[in-house]
Design a protein around this ligand. Sequence first.
Ligand code: URA
Ligand code: SF4
Length: 195
Amino acid sequence: MMSFISYDEFIKQIENCKKCELYLSRTKPVVGEGNLNSKFVLIGEAPGKNEDIYGRPFVGRAGEVLNRALDEIKVDRINVYITNVVKCRPPKNRKPKTNEVLSCLHYLIFQLMYINPLKIVLLGGTAVKYLYDESFPYKKIPKEKKISEIRGKLGNFKAYDRSFQTYATYHPAMILRNPRLYEVFKEDLDMYLKS
Ligand code: URA
Ligand code: SF4
């Protein structure tokens, strides 16, 4: 069973994973990085071009937005844990397909069980769709949710017998497209990561 393996073993499993077609186009999988004892896990969508090259989450343009917001609210990036819904880059940065998410999700769930955070911060529509107020295994495929309607409101992600507090905000790439959202994005992170 997954829960009896070490984190290093877990990383090796992802490096060798061929459970969905995204393994075909990845350079490096992006497991995640940060503090495994953190109270906070931040979850994006999927690795992009730079993440795929370096094997690290949020190291491209979206990462710069996230880093800037964390700096400004005085949260040290190394003190939180940052990962994604899927661990390999989808071609041309398309959204991960449902079957890819379902193939990969047990890795994220292992991480949540291992880290046992106080709060999960969902960055953008994909993380929100699958993790905000959902219960895994799913009875039906989760639906998209409007971030503008749920930001600031406590949600709950249940996985088997475990339950996690979830909070939603925009994806940093959305801030690049719509810079006026930067201030609310930063306020959301400030609110979620300060307790
Ligand atoms: N976008 C994401 O969703 N995750 C990353 O790691 C980088 C960009
Ligand atoms: Fe495996 Fe996830 Fe990568 Fe698919 S995206 S190959 S399930 S690690």
